[in-house]
Design a protein around this ligand. Structure first.
Ligand code: ZN
Length: 99
């Protein structure tokens, strides 16, 4: 599904996200970032590295690596369909039905 180290990043801060993962921060375990994937398979993250620079961050790397290896440690949560693109900041505040 993912070729080598190539990870597709979402181009826009807002998208129709399909799946989310809550990735704990390494520096502050009480905090976590939301990594999400849209319908094109592109990733975004709620951390400053992605929000402000659109850079591939360690949270996205971690999720992509888990998907690649087929050994998910983090739980994927399916996001209920919404017709409006939303930002990951809004997403991180929203509550979701766990599937
Ligand atoms: Zn991140």
């Amino acid at each position: 599904m993912y070729g080598g180290e190539i990870i597709k990043l979402a181009a826009n801060p807002k998208s129709i996200w399909k799946v989310r993962w809550d990735v704990p921060s390494e520096s502050n375990p009480s905090k976590s970032y939301v990594v999400a994937q849209d319908g094109d398979g592109a990733f975004g993250c709620s951390c400053p590295r992605w929000i402000f620079g659109r850079h591939q961050c360690k949270h996205i790397n971690r999720v992509a690596r888990e998907i690649q290896t087929g050994r998910p440690a983090l739980k994927a949560t399916v996001i209920p369909y919404s017709s409006e693109p939303i930002s990951l900041k809004e997403l991180s505040r929203a509550s979701f039905v766990e599937v």
